[in-house]
Design a protein around this ligand. Structure first.
Ligand code: ATP
Length: 296
């Protein structure tokens, strides 16, 4: 009987926040079901059952919410090769045919390995940041870059065309799902689309913990749960900004600026206090004003 060693991927006491990513537990488990399960199950059974691997995943949402972190973590957990990370606009080239060639080049390694090893090939992950930059131009819209339908077609050909590859997972990221050509979102293509939105209070608390748990730097008066309540609408990146700001206030208290910078005697015991965080809150603000009650 086939044994499934899920522990190779996920330990029994696994918590997604232990991966250093906060507030995205539900999202992770959705990705696990859609994109992991078929790849860690015994492959002969997967084939017998006629289960197809998901080859494309779109993570969308505001900037700084952890899309890149999530994409990299997926690659790590699937024991894929070091993922190729490409910025959408980088692929585009004004010379005729060059953008298509750039797309082909991205898939070259995966293709060669698939030819040699078939389904025993390692998984190759390609991450497209700003996917919308290359995928919104189909249908005759031309913004002067000279790039047309053929770039998207080239990408689709690699994902579900005649040259089908089973050993790839393409993760696209965008701030605007509505900018993507709908043809991209069909089964066999970027068939799973997942919103990585603003974290709720619990998520923000996890993110605060993740980014302050080193070096024992917090004063005992800092209550991260209270703080999480105060940084409503903050993205993960903005929470990191808040912590950096608070830390700068603390550091500033510990140096005297004269003709030279003097390090205070108690510098090694420096702590970031509640007051530092309150000052930081007047310096760092949320860029997106979504009403939290919708998803609290
Ligand atoms: P963009 O759309 O700008 O590419 P993104 O959603 O990919 O943004 P990341 O690059 O993953 O955002 O996040 C930026 C930084 O913010 C991360 O390196 C991390 O320090 C912090 N961060 C963002 N979201 C989270 C999160 N959910 N948990 C922990 N840290 C986070």
């Amino acid at each position: 009987e086939a044994q499934i060693n899920t522990n190779a991927v996920i330990q029994p006491d696994f918590k997604f926040e232990d991966m250093g990513i906060g507030g995205l537990d539900k999202e992770f488990w959705l990705i696990f079901r859609r994109a992991f399960a078929s790849r860690i199950y015994p492959q002969d059974l997967v084939q017998k059952l006629g289960i197809r691997h998901v080859k494309g995943l779109v993570l969308y949402g505001p900037p700084g919410t952890g899309k890149t972190l999530m994409a990299r973590q997926i690659a790590k957990m699937l024991h894929a090769r070091e993922p190729k990370i490409i910025n959408g606009p980088e692929i585009l080239n004004k010379y005729v045919g060059q953008s298509e060639e750039n797309i082909r080049a991205l898939f070259k390694d995966a293709e060669a390995e698939y030819k040699a090893k078939g389904d025993n090939s390692e998984l190759h992950i390609i991450i497209f940041d700003e996917l919308d930059a290359i995928c919104k131009q189909r249908g005759g819209r031309n913004d002067g870059t000279g790039v047309g339908d053929s770039v998207v077609n080239q990408l689709l050909a690699k994902m579900d065309g005649v040259e089908q590859l089973n050993n790839i997972l393409v993760i696209g990221m965008t701030n605007r799902l509505d900018m993507l050509d709908e043809a991209l979102l069909r089964p066999g293509r970027f068939e799973v689309q997942l919103e990585i939105g603003l974290p709720n209070k619990e998520g923000r608390c996890q993110i605060l913990k993740i980014h302050t748990n080193t070096n024992n730097i917090l004063d005992t008066d800092v209550d991260l749960e209270e703080l999480a309540g105060l940084c409503k609408n903050f993205t993960g990146a903005e929470i990191v900004g808040l912590i950096n700001s608070a830390t700068s206030f603390a550091l500033n208290r510990h140096i005297k600026v004269g003709s030279t910078v003097e390090v205070a005697k108690d510098a090694s015991t420096m702590r970031v206090t509640k007051d530092d965080f309150f000052r930081a809150l007047s310096e760092v603000h949320a860029a997106y004003g979504v009403d939290e009650d919708e998803f609290a």
